[in-house]
Design a protein. Structure first.
Length: 68
């Protein structure tokens, strides 16, 4: 799983998850709280990967076989 560049310059990251999986999303209005926490205590976040994206798209593909 790594970012894949698309023809129009957008980078796509594809991952397979179960439809029942809950995703932790940050409200755009709360971004200052997150950035502020990082700036106040940078050592607390050292070595961690913080991922962000502009939007989340979900497409459901039917007919896939489950591999056990």
């Amino acid at each position: 799983m790594k970012p894949q560049p698309l023809a129009d310059g957008i980078v796509e990251l594809v991952n397979f998850i179960l439809s029942q999986m809950l995703l932790s999303l940050i409200d755009i209005c709360d971004r200052r709280k997150l950035v502020g926490a990082i700036l106040i205590e940078p050592g607390k976040f050292e070595g961690q990967v913080l991922s962000a994206s502009e939007r989340l798209s979900v497409s459901i593909r039917r007919g896939c076989k489950r591999i056990k």
